[in-house]
Design a protein around this ligand. Structure first.
Ligand code: PMP
Length: 453
């Protein structure tokens, strides 16, 4: 099927971007590739069947550059982390200065300006009742901290609760606690006997609200829940499932009646992705705990944060040593990571980043309307800067291991675009610095691909 669209790049404008990206040559980084293959085991990668890793030597703005100078548009913000663009000079400058002053110091019994300044800058952006921040290393550890904090909250009050309520089709990370409360999939099968039991309700992203509410009522009648954990508004890794703030408000109210603490895993949704600074900003019923990572440092480096209300903190604050929160990592609140986070928060203000997010959302919605008309596309959905849809061929269902996945991935890589479909779900989640012309070029390439299937 061939169609022409006025709104998206003409063959001419598309060519001009391609000309600047250069044709995707296969001369790139042979030596680096060979060494990598000999020594390195990559994440979420079947090393036998996957092609060589693409050696990237430089990145600027929304673009990655390989050894031969080929450009690749980073349309997934490098696993959803990047916000202001790669190698942002302001973050780089602040990091270099900090590296010469204080690179790291133990955080038990010690503190430092980057951690305190980050707390000063971030706490006002969180729900009012959130008054304490606990640092860790990444998204999974931010979730581990939230879970352990919740369990110990009940334990310290001598009213132990051990059950976590979660959404099916959720993803909270790869450590054991995070896996235990994530949707159970082929990924978690090898570890199943070692995971703790969680309770699940269907995701409002693929099940009617009435049914989800009914499932929840049934569980809440029978169980005392320690915590209800959610990816607010967008469930990322399990297919970019989206649902409304009104539905989530309802579910949170129900869980709260049961006494459960509410954990919002904003590892992916935080820092502007959903159109507001946090997805929780769109809720009336605010969570008690928020997990952050990815965009926290602008996507520069790893850092995890778990914020909580003073009410939770008070339950640990005691003369009793046994009420201490027994958790901590060697690199807790690393000054360099905190500096990158501080610089990134400053950039949100200096560069009016949320306006850029709004601009992306507007362009996405125009493209979404076009996609909805396409015969190979279903379930077009958008939340802020995230646009997702399912590609159907011969009526097959959404499935992470869909054979179409590799075809789509390789097709776009050859075009100089990094897109990582989740099965036959294709999504665009760009760095906020992406230019209108770059996005429109990308949309044009997506349409061309769809027209060809
Ligand atoms: N929670 C959510 C919602 C995520 O999307 C992810 C990562 N994709 C994680 C937790 C885990 O974060 P990390 O990979 O940094 O451990």
């Amino acid at each position: 099927m061939k169609r022409k669209s006025e709104k998206f790049p003409t063959a001419h404008s598309r060519k001009s971007i391609q000309a600047s990206t250069g044709k995707f040559k296969d001369t790139m980084g042979k030596s680096l590739k060979a060494k990598d293959q000999a020594m390195i085991w990559h994440p979420f990668t079947q090393m036998k069947t996957h092609g060589d890793a693409v050696p990237i030597v430089k990145a600027k703005g929304a673009w990655l550059y390989d050894e031969s100078g080929n450009k690749i548009l980073d349309a997934v913000a490098s696993w959803w982390v990047n916000t202001h663009g790669h190698s942002h000079p302001y973050i780089a400058e602040r990091l270099a200065k900090q590296a010469n002053e204080l690179e790291h110091v133990i955080f038990a019994g010690f503190t430092h300006p980057p951690a305190v300044e980050l707390a000063e800058k971030l706490l006002p952006k969180l729900p009012e009742k959130h008054q304490k921040l606990f640092f860790s290393d990444n998204g999974s550890t931010a979730v581990e901290v939230a879970l352990k904090m919740s369990f110990q909250y009940w334990f310290n009050q001598e009213k132990p609760r051990y059950k976590v309520l979660a959404l099916k089709d959720s993803y909270h990370g790869d450590t054991f606690g995070a896996m235990s409360v994530s949707g159970r999939t082929s990924y978690s099968n090898p570890f199943e006997p070692n995971l703790f039991d969680a309770l699940y309700i269907s995701s409002p992203g693929n099940t009617s609200e009435a049914e989800v509410v009914q499932q929840m009522e049934k569980i809440l009648k029978q169980e005392k829940i320690a915590a209800f954990i959610i990816e607010p508004l967008v469930q990322g890794a399990e297919g970019m499932l989206m649902y409304s703030p009104e539905t989530l408000d309802k579910l949170i109210a129900m869980a709260r009646k049961n006494g459960a603490l509410i954990i919002a895993d904003e590892v992916m949704t935080g820092f502007g992705r959903t159109g507001t600074f946090f997805a929780s900003d769109q809720l009336q019923n605010k969570p008690d705990i928020i997990c952050m990572s990815k965009g926290l440092t602008g996507g520069t480096m790893a850092l995890g944060l778990t914020s909580c209300t003073n009410e939770i903190y008070e339950v640990f604050y005691s003369n009793d040593q046994l009420k201490t929160f027994f958790h901590g990592h060697s690199f807790t609140a690393n000054p360099l990571a905190c500096t990158a986070a501080l610089a990134s928060l400053e950039l949100f203000e200096r560069e009016n980043t949320m306006e850029k997010v709004a601009g992306i959302a507007e362009l996405h919605s125009i493209f979404a309307a076009e996609l909805k008309k396409h015969p190979s596309v279903e379930n077009v959905r958008q939340c802020g800067s995230i646009l997702a849809f399912d590609i159907y061929k011969a009526g097959e269902e959404r499935n992470y291991f869909h054979s179409m996945r590799d075809t789509i991935y390789n097709y776009f890589l050859q075009k100089g675009i990094l897109l990582r479909p989740l099965g036959n779900t294709l999504y665009i989640l760009p760095p906020y610095c992406i230019a209108k012309e770059e996005l429109q070029w990308l949309y044009g390439e997506v349409l061309e691909f769809l027209d060809g299937i």
